[in-house]
Design a protein around this ligand. Structure first.
Ligand SMILES: NC(=O)c1ccc[n+]([C@@H]2O[C@H](COP(=O)([O-])OP(=O)(O)OC[C@H]3O[C@@H](n4cnc5c(N)ncnc54)[C@H](OP(=O)(O)O)[C@@H]3O)[C@@H](O)[C@H]2O)c1
Length: 241
């Protein structure tokens, strides 16, 4: 086998985020990977190809076509997109904080967008080389783990995401039995997303994006294609649904 045939595609969607950037910085050191980040805007990085998108269906399909043209099987796909708060909204503390526009935005970015990416990239998964597909979820998406309440939109978006990933994992078995899907909780990571909520987090429980990239890579490397969606945390521990 020639060198070019051994190279695998590693695609990171939401590439401008803190976790995504740390993953790209780690993976670009691996000569067997061709690392591509897909984002609205991401800073240039050596040995990383950047593809810009507005996450519209047309744009995602065009990116899928560009990736297919590289003629390298995809072995890793990580979708990192997510929002928790914004200029005009914060996570709900109580039900009366509900804001329909904010709810729809959080659901659109956290649940619908990853599904749109999977739909557009389905052929890359079909032709992938034992593709490991990880989508950044969160422990607060667990229904059984919900003891505190609050954060209606974010919790709902990650629970919906988990269900859709379960569906996709089932369907993926029909097109590539070596594919493996993972709904991943990274722990609390120092990033723009978590920044407004870090005050109550003990220092040792606030992970760096670099640590997160290492942990997620380990989870991907050790995942077994068993036809199931794994819902796991940064330590590789299973999270109850
Ligand atoms: N940080 C934590 O403590 C923590 C904990 C649990 C779960 N997570 C999950 O981990 C993932 C990555 O978070 P992070 O900590 O790396 O946060 P981050 O640095 O704020 O990155 C946010 C990501 O979301 C994307 N995004 C934001 N607004 C968007 C919009 N309107 N439309 C499309 N994409 C949008 C960005 O994509 P572009 O590159 O296109 O800008 C970026 O990739 C999220 O799904 C988050 O829910 C994080």
């Amino acid at each position: 086998m020639s060198d070019i045939e051994e190279t695998r595609l590693a695609v990171i969607v939401g590439g401008g985020g803190a976790i995504a950037q740390a993953l790209a910085a780690l993976w670009c050191k691996d000569p067997t990977l061709r690392v591509v980040v897909v984002s609205r805007a991401s800073p240039p990085m050596p040995n990383v190809q950047s593809l810009l998108t507005d996450y519209s269906e047309a744009s995602l399909l065009a990116i899928a076509s560009t990736l297919a043209d590289l003629q390298m099987p995809m072995s890793r796909l990580v979708i990192t997109n997510g929002v928790l708060s914004g200029d005009a909204f914060s996570p709900e503390r109580k039900i009366s904080d509900l804001n329909v526009t904010a709810f729809q935005h959080v659901l659109a970015v956290n649940a619908l967008l990853p599904l749109q990416v999977l739909s557009a990239f389905w052929s890359l998964i079909r032709h992938g080389a034992a593709p490991r597909v990880a989508v950044l979820s969160a422990r607060v998406g667990s229904v059984s783990d919900n003891r505190l309440g609050g954060w209606y939109s974010y919790r709902a978006s990650k629970a919906a995401l988990n269900m859709m990933l379960k569906n996709a994992a089932i369907e993926a078995q029909r097109i590539n039995r070596q594919a493996k899907f993972i709904a991943y909780h990274p722990g609390t990571v120092d990033s723009p997303l978590s920044q407004p909520f870090q005050r109550s987090v003990p220092k040792e429980k606030l992970f760096t994006p670099e640590f997160t990239a290492l942990q997620l890579t380990e989870v991907l490397n050790t995942a077994v294609a068993d036809g199931e969606l794994s819902y796991v945390d940064w330590a590789g521990e299973t999270i109850a649904w």
